[in-house]
Design a protein around this ligand. Structure first.
Ligand code: VAH
Length: 314
């Protein structure tokens, strides 16, 4: 049975992936870690430890005592927040990730890295963005993602390490609000629709970005980590996405369930600029062909589930 250490277990992905992995592999086999205490299922539903991923000795000691064979590394600073303090973002997103990768290598553990559509930039083909293409991102977050994509490939080739990763699109979920991202508008719109019946979007009309509902993201992580390595042509940074939409389309989807919902705009130049530097839609052929990526939620099915879950939480 796998013995998994999750970093960033308190983040938007971590708070759901940690319990999800415990369901599959047994609670005692999934250790959640974070820089601060995380009340709720992450710390109460199985092993939990405080960990700053930049502390190499603490990381190695933890992998050894937990007898880990897999590291799911989620700790990181998101795109817009990173622009406010680039060097601090680099310290966590690259120095912290290098420490995690090296600790996993020393320990002979497999390593999962979450890349992002942010690994692409304005010179990347924006529509049906290829798996292998030009990557000149213009955010510190994106530069860090490309750095780690390449480093994870290097560690696989140089050391034979089992490194794997995904380029996540914007992720939408109802458990934990994301913090400091650009795609976050597509999460906040649902919360505001339920609490206020209206939303003011910081992303402009007509701005397409790739998106996916969290259940599909959780399933994709497990499917990739369980995939037959002999079938993987790529290893790190598979393009994955379930849908591509712009603010008017998600608003229209909400109106199908809440006819009185209204939306207006107060565009944030920083996050609008970041969004415009990212692709409109990804080509996910490699993920489908190499490990059977198959998302189940489209926009309307996600909207239905998000609104009903958030109404239950009220
Ligand atoms: C962000 N949600 O907006 C993250 C993600 C694809 C975007 O990396 O920064």
């Amino acid at each position: 049975m796998k013995r998994i250490v999750v970093t960033g277990a308190g983040g938007q992905i971590g708070v759901e992936l940690t319990p999800f992995l415990r369901e599959i592999y047994g609670a005692e086999n999934v250790l959640g870690t974070a820089r601060r205490n995380i009340p709720g299922p992450v710390s109460e539903g199985g092993p939990f430890e405080l960990l700053d991923v930049r502390d190499g000795k603490a990381f190695s000691d933890l992998l050894r005592t937990f007898r880990a064979d897999t590291v799911i590394h989620l700790a990181g600073v998101l795109s817009a927040k990173g622009e406010g303090d680039p060097l601090s973002s680099w310290d966590i997103n690259v120095c912290g990730s290098c420490t995690a990768l090296e600790a996993a290598r020393e320990h002979g553990a497999a390593f999962f890295f979450p890349s992002s559509i942010a690994a692409f930039g304005p010179s990347t083909p924006a529509k049906n963005t290829p798996q292998d293409t030009l990557q000149r991102p213009t955010t510190i977050y994106g530069v860090a993602k490309v750095t780690m994509e390449l480093l994870c490939d290097y560690y696989h080739k140089k050391f034979g390490m089992d490194t794997r990763g995904l380029r996540f699109p914007g992720l939408i979920s109802y458990e934990a609000l994301p913090g400091g991202g650009t795609t976050d508008y597509a999460v906040h719109i649902y919360y505001d629709a339920v609490s206020k019946g209206s939303y003011t979007s910081f992303i402009a009309k007509g701005t397409y970005m790739d998106m996916m509902y969290m259940p599909d993201a959780l399933a994709a992580v497990v499917k990739l980590m369980e995939a037959d390595p002999s079938k993987l042509v790529h290893r790190n940074a598979f393009n994955i996405s379930a849908m591509s939409f712009e603010p008017e389309q998600i608003a229209a989807s909400i109106r199908k369930m809440m006819p009185g919902f209204t939306m207006d705009y107060d565009v944030d130049p920083l996050r609008q600029g970041i969004a415009e530097s990212w692709p409109d839609s990804l080509d996910c052929t490699a993920a489908r062909e190499e490990w059977g990526f198959a998302p189940e939620y489209d926009l309307d099915r996600m909207t239905e589930d998000m609104l009903s879950r958030l109404k239950e939480k009220k």
